[in-house]
Write a protein that binds this ligand. Structure first.
Ligand code: F6R
Length: 261
C-alpha cells in the first residue's frame, strides 16, 4: 500500500488523473471503477479539463459505479447513476451506455446484483478503481460487519452513513434511503489498481485503521491491505492519526517522479 500525503485537493486530483491518463494512453478501452461522493470530485474535474484540452478521450473506455441507493426515482439528482453523469461521465466523451451502475430500482434485486457482477466480468474486470472511504470505514457501501469476500448485494446503510450523506439531501435524514446495492469487498478487490482518496479530519480515524489497523470486518476498508496495488491519497487532516506519517512523506519525497503511482 502506497500512502501519499499532499497539501491540497488539487494536487490529489492531478496525481490520480495522471494515473488515469497513463492508463487510457496505454489502454484506450480501459475499464474504470467510479466512486461517487465528494472525495473524487477533484479527480473528475481534472479529467474533464484534460478532455477539454484534447489531452484524453474516454471514447473507447467503460465505467462501473460502485453502488446505488435502492428506490430513488430514475430522475432523482442523488441517484448515483445521475450523480456520476453530472460530476464526470456526461462531461466527457464516453459512448452511450458505456457507464453502468447497479440497478437500485430492480424488482429482482439478487438477479440485478448477479447481472452487475457478470457485466464487470464480461468487460474484463476493472483496471483502475477510484474509492472514497466512509467515516465508519466503509468502501463503496460495505458497512462494518461486511464479509471481506462479499459480492454485489443489497446492504442496509448505517445511521452514521445516512447522517454523513444527509448533506446531499438538504440535511434531511428522512430523505436518505435506508438501503443500497453495492459492489462487495471481494468484487472491489479484483480491480487491478485501487486509488483511495480521503480528505478532512472526519476521515482520520478510518484512515488510521485502513493503513495501520488490523484487518477486520469492523473496518471494511482494511481488506485493502491484502491487495498488491493500492494507492492512498490523503490531505494533512486525513493523515493526522497515522503513526508512520513521517515515513510515508519521506518515502514519497524520495520517489522518482517518472515512477507514477
Ligand atoms: C460512493 C461510495 C462511498 C463514498 C464514501 C465517502 O460511491 O462508494 O463509499 O466514497 O461514503 O464519501 P465522500 O467522498 O462524500 O466523503
Amino acid at each position: 500500500m502506497e500512502v501519499i500525503v499532499l497539501p491540497d485537493p488539487g494536487r490529489i486530483g492531478s496525481l490520480a488523473a495522471d494515473a488515469i491518463t497513463a492508463l487510457i494512453t496505454r489502454k484506450p478501452d480501459a475499464v474504470l471503477g467510479l466512486a461517487t461522493g465528494s472525495s473524487p470530485l477533484a479527480v473528475y474535474d481534472e479529467l474533464v479539463s484534460r478532455y477539454e484540452a484534447g489531452q484524453i478521450s474516454f471514447r473507447q473506455a467503460r465505467g462501473f459505479t460502485l453502488d446505488e441507493y435502492v428506490g430513488l426515482p430514475a430522475d432523482h439528482p442523488e441517484r448515483y447513476r445521475n450523480v456520476i453523469d453530472t460530476a464526470f461521465a456526461a462531461r466527457v466523451d464516453f459512448a452511450p451506455g458505456a457507464v453502468q451502475g447497479p440497478d437500485g430500482l430492480a424488482d429482482d434485486i439478487p438477479a440485478a446484483c448477479a447481472a452487475y457482477e457478470a457485466a464487470i466480468r464480461d468487460a474484463g474486470g476493472v483496471d483502475l478503481q477510484i474509492l472514497g472511504i466512509g467515516t465508519d470505514g466503509h468502501i463503496a457501501f460495505n458497512e462494518p460487519g461486511s464479509s471481506l469476500a462479499s459480492r454485489t448485494r443489497i446492504k442496509t446503510l448505517t445511521r452514521q452513513t445516512r447522517v454523513d450523506n444527509a448533506r446531499f439531501f438538504g440535511g434531511d435524514l428522512d430523505q436518505v434511503p435506508t438501503h443500497c446495492l453495492t459492489q462487495g469487498l471481494g468484487t472491489i478487490m479484483e480491480a487491478r489498481h485501487l486509488i483511495l482518496i480521503a480528505m478532512g479530519r472526519s476521515k482520520a480515524e478510518a484512515v488510521h485503521h485502513l493503513v495501520e489497523g488490523a484487518v477486520s470486518a469492523m473496518w471494511p476498508a482494511t481488506v485493502l491491505q491484502m491487495h498488491p496495488h493500492v494507492t492512498v491519497l490523503l490531505d494533512d487532516a486525513a493523515a493526522q492519526r497515522l503513526q508512520l506519517v513521517d515515513y510515508y512523506r519521506e518515502t514519497y519525497r524520495a520517489k522518482p517522479a517518472w515512477q507514477g503511482i
